[in-house]
Structures are given as C-alpha cells and as structure tokens.
Ligand binder design. Sequence first.
Ligand code: PLP
Length: 348
Amino acid sequence: MTIIDLRSDTVTQPTEEMREAMARARVGDDVLGEDPTVHELEGLAAEMLGKERGLFVPSGTMANLVAVMTHTQKGDEVLVEAEAHTYYYEVGSISAVAGVIPRPIPGRLGYIAPDQVREAVRPPNVHFPIPRLLCLENTHNRAGGIPFGPQEMDAVGLTAHELGLAVHVDGARIFNAAVAVGVPAGQLVRYADSVMFCVSKGLSAPVGSVLLGKADFIERARRFRKMVGGGMRQAGVIAAAGIVALRTMVDRLATDHANARRLAEGISRTAPLSVDLSRVRTNIVLVAVNARLTAPEFTDRLKQEGVLTLPTGPSTIRMVTHRHITAHDVDMALEAIRRTATAFVQPR
Ligand SMILES: Cc1ncc(COP(=O)(O)O)c(C=O)c1O
C-alpha cells in the first residue's frame, strides 16, 4: 500500500544534494567555535532574517527554551499565545527549566493584538512577577498555519517594546509565512529581538534550528545552549544540509501551500467533515470531524487506507503538506478520505 503521510512536514527526508553536502562538509569542534560549516549556516540565516548573528541548535524546542532563558530571569512573566507551541507542546520547559511564569493570552486565530498586550502588562507592583518577554508564533501551528504579515508583526512588536518587553518569534515555519504573504522573511521580524526557525520542517533538512538576534544576545544564548546540553561537536555534518535547505527549499514552499489548498477544498465538499477555507493559507489544514466518530477514531480508519494524519483535539484532525506530497497524492488522499467519511456516515 502506498503511504501518504500528512502528519507533519517534519517527516521530510533530506535531498540528494543535502546528503552530498553532508558527506563533504568541512567540520570542526563547534563547542570551541571551530566548525566552518556551522558558521556558514549561522551567517546565511542571519543575513536572510536581517539579524546580527545566529546560533545553530538541535531543535526548535531548544531554540525557544534557550531564547527564553537568555531574555529572562527566574520568576519573570512571559506573555505567550494560549495555543502557542512554546506553551502547549514544549513539555512545560519554559517553567520547568527557565523558571518563568507564562501568561497565556488567547489570540485571534493565533494573533496577539497590540491592545491585548497592553491589557496584559500590569504596572509595577510588589505582588506581580516582572513582565519581561512576549513570544509570538509565525506561522501559528495550532491555529492552522496562519501567517502574519509585516504590519501585524510590527504593530504588536512595537507595542511590546513600548511596554518594555523583549520580543521572541517562534518562526519554526517563518519561511512558509514569508512565501504566503509575499515578503522576504526578514520583514516579518523587524521588531523581534530574537527569532528562531527550523530547517527540519518544510525545508526538508534532517536536523536543527537556528536562533538569531543581536551579537551580545547570541553570545549569552551560547552559554544557555551549553547548559541544556545543546553544544554539538562536528555539527557541520548536519548544518551542511541546513545550508542547502535555505538555498534551495524556500521558494518551493508555495507548492506545499497550493497542495494544502487543493486538499482543503476537496475536504470541504466531503460531509461530515468541514474545513474553514479562509484559514488555509500555508501548508496546514485543520479538519473538523462533525460526526459520531472522534478525530482519533477517524485518523485510525484513515490509516487503514494508507493516509496518515494527526488528531489535534477530540474533533480536529491536522493534515500537513510537504515536499513528498504531490497534487496526485492529494487526490489519492481525498479519495481515501471520501471513502472513510462515507463509510462512517452510513448506518452499521
Ligand atoms: C511552531 C513550532 N515551534 C516549535 C516547534 C518545535 O520544533 P522541534 O520539533 O524541532 O523541537 C514546532 C514543531 O513542530 C512548531 O511547530
């Protein structure tokens, strides 16, 4: 059976060019700052995001944690969107390890508006933790891959700065956002004091994320990366794939977005499933299961048809397009989804 894997863009495999670059990579001990390929990736990423310097880390989760550790002190308050990855999916690390208290703010489709930041930041008072940092996510994963453009990002970033907060952007899929809104990624993070993105998702590299910011921020972040065990030695072997990813994989994300749209439109005609098409702007499709089967049960049935998806709630299934999903795969997946939907609306 052909497997169509729509669980995540993290399942993407490295390209031949990446594998060759990995085999040839010049390497050194990166904990000693001597890996030329890691330096090249960090420099290229900094240039593309308009930041001074970069730091290569093993994962997006670690990039967010190291950013929070670098921006804050224990007991500080961190404003974060209530469904943000940093809050929802990172094992409580910003509390458990960084020792901060998150202040979850329910966004509008993942966007925290400037007025919400104003409302959340309390005046200094001996009873309150010190509000120190605002974390944003672009694209917003749980909201359905929603991209935020320069105006939205600037408005909330500026407000945070006015209120004395630093700004960190979880840009795991920042290049999806940039491609969707049609601007260079740097324009989305002008007011970000730090931003991280992953080379391991739609960009198809096997491992890693890059955290970016001012030179002194990155210098301090390097110590926290070491503290949490993220100092890597001959990491150029994996950084080499990241360089190829940045050079060759960004523009093609538009294909993933077109395929997500095709998938979403097909599903929107498949009762008892529904999709809010206005939300489908990048490579993520959130499907509502309005039926007597729960999302996990529907996911299990689909798996028997060779279509892998991820339930993200009792009645929500997430489907993600990526480099290994063609328009033909989308059509095959749609047939399987229709068969499954029809089977379970019929009486047993
Ligand atoms: C928005 C967002 N941030 C951070 C991460 C964490 O990345 P990693 O899986 O590399 O730790 C993910 C992973 O899916 C994500 O979607």
